[in-house]
Structures are given as C-alpha cells and as structure tokens.
Design a protein around this ligand. Structure first.
Ligand code: HEM
Length: 278
C-alpha cells in the first residue's frame, strides 16, 4: 500500500488533467489568499512602516552583510528548526507538522503530475501524511493552549482552528483513502477520496481567513525581530538591565531605594509558573 501511487488508480474515474488543473487552482488560491490577506489586514504596509519607525530609533546601523547574516540565522533557527517555541513539546510537534506537510505537498504534486514514479515517492507521501497526523493530533489533544492551559474540551471549535482542522482532515482522509483503495473497497475508497479532496480544497481555499499564511509571514517577522535587536531600537522597549550595575542604579535611583544595592535577578515573571488549567 505505502509504496503505490494512490493517485494513479484515480485515472479510471477522474482524468489526470483534472487533478493537475486542481493543483494549479490550489496554487492560485494560496497566492491569492495570501495577497488578499496582506491587503485586507494592511500587514505588509504595517510591517514596512514599523520597520521604518524602528530604523529611526535605531542606535546603530545594521549593514548589508550583517542583514544577510541575520537572514541566514533566521532561516537556520526560526524557519528550519522552529526555534521560536520555548515549549519543547510544541517545538517537536511543529517540526513534525511542518516537515510532514512540506513532504506531503511536494510528493502529492509529483504523484499527480507523473504516474510513473519510483516506490520512494509514494512512501514519502504516506510518511509526510503520517508526520502531519503525529504532530497535529498531539498538538490538538494535548498541547493547544485553550485545551492544555485553559481547560477547554478538545472538541470545542473556533474559527482560528480552520487551519489545523482542515490540515489534519486532509492528511487523515488521504491516508484512509489510500488504505481503503489498496484493500480493494471501491465505493468506500471513492467516499474517502471525496472527503480528502474536500478537506484539501478547504485548506487551500480559506487562506484569507485561516492561519495558513503564517508560514510566509512568520519568517519575515522573525527576521525583523532580529534586526531590531541588532540595531538596538528594540521597539522602544528597555534593555535587559543588570539591576546590580551602579550605572543602571544611577539612572533609576528607585531601584536601590526599593530593592537594595544588590537586587536579585528574578528572571522573567512569565516563566515563573507554567500555565495549567487556571
Ligand atoms: C509547512 C509549513 C508549516 C506548517 C504546516 C505549520 C503548522 C503550524 C500549526 C498547525 C500551528 C498551530 C496553529 C494553531 O494555533 O492552530 C503553527 C503555529 C506556529 N507556527 Fe507554523 N507551520 C509551518 C511553517 C512555519 C514557519 C516557517 C514558521 C516560522 C518561521 C512557523 C512558526 C509558527 C509559530 C511561531 C507558531 C505559533 C504561533 C501561533 O500559534 O500563532 N510555522 N504552525
């Protein structure tokens, strides 16, 4: 099952050109949805205005070479290894979901466009779908903040869940369809193929309303975050002061007044206690 192309058997009732046209339509939906999202929210405009404002309060200039190095660091950390997640479980779950989705999408396109492929590509298609399921269901049942921290039931759905739910439905129905089809159950296999196609179409056509486009916006935001630290503008937030430093105490005389000459470093308040069903 896992080494045969599930799309090849479809050609008996759906011409390959229809599936290929569907892929093109989904690409158009994703590009269109992302561009409309940027126009609607004014996020690109805000992003560039914010960057300009940050430049004005910059304390040092970040040159071209340094910017390239910051971009490389962003790709190596925030993009490729999901380093923004402080919670290791969330990070591992995101890595599963992200790499699984990329493998699943790339191999789907290969399988839809060329019926004759090695058994490796179908194997990767199944592995990709399985990785999305592992990362996604783990996130859905155990990691999501509204379930883990706020104690809401796992079945409570809100609009913000469109992305994760349609992503999981696509991968899950894809796997069931492939399994049922290779077991020879014709009617059931068409049913699960239809569910797979509906879920995937929903996933790619709702980019304007879902969290789908975060995969394009987050890298830009992560890069900008590195720039404002490098140019020391820090969005006008105070630096990370050492409260025992006499220069800092001279600047803020109420520190020794209230906390003594040697205030302890109490760390980030937000990290003191993990939120859990408050
Ligand atoms: C194939 C690409 C990707 C997939 C499938 C994916 C999947 C997901 C999922 C399922 C969530 C949870 C969303 C929810 O709360 O419902 C998420 C959140 C997040 N992703 Fe991704 N992601 C991808 C790419 C990226 C990239 C490239 C970055 C960063 C550079 C990124 C950064 C984040 C961050 C910071 C969050 C948490 C913030 C939030 O909940 O809004 N993701 N991602």
């Amino acid at each position: 099952m896992v080494t045969s192309n599930p799309f090849a058997e479809l050609s008996s009732f759906i011409p390959a050109t229809v599936m290929q046209g569907w892929v093109v339509l989904m690409v158009v939906f994703v590009i269109g949805g992302t561009v409309l999202d940027m126009i609607h929210k004014g996020s690109a405009k805000y992003f560039f205005e914010n960057a300009k404002r940050a430049k004005k309060s910059a304390k040092r200039t970040v040159g071209g070479g340094e910017k390239v190095s910051l971009a490389v660091q962003t790709v190596a950390n925030e993009v490729l290894t999901s380093s923004e997640f402080a919670n290791p479980r969330r990070r591992v779950s995101h890595l599963f979901t992200m790499y699984g989705f990329i493998i699943f999408v790339v191999t789907s396109v290969i399988l839809i466009y060329s019926e004759q492929t090695s058994s490796l590509v179908p194997l990767l298609w199944h592995v990709g779908a399985l990785m999305v399921c592992i990362g996604g269901y783990w996130f859905w049942f155990f990691i999501r903040v509204d379930v883990f921290a706020e104690g809401n039931p796992w079945y409570r759905l809100v609009r913000a869940d469109m992305f994760i739910v349609s992503l999981l439905a696509t991968a899950t129905f894809g796997l069931i369809w492939s399994f049922v089809q290779s077991a020879g159950a014709g009617g059931l296999s068409r049913l699960f193929f239809a569910l797979f196609a509906i879920a995937a179409t929903f996933l790619f056509s709702t980019v304007l309303w879902s969290k789908f486009a975060h995969m394009f916006f987050k890298p830009a935001a992560a890069f900008q975050k590195r720039v404002i630290k490098a140019d020391e503008s820090r969005e006008n937030l105070p630096a990370d002061y050492d409260l025992t430093d006499p220069q800092v105490q001279a600047k803020y005389p109420d520190i020794p007044e209230y906390m003594g000459k040697n205030p302890p470093n109490m760390g980030l308040g937000i990290k003191r206690e993990a939120p859990n069903h408050y």
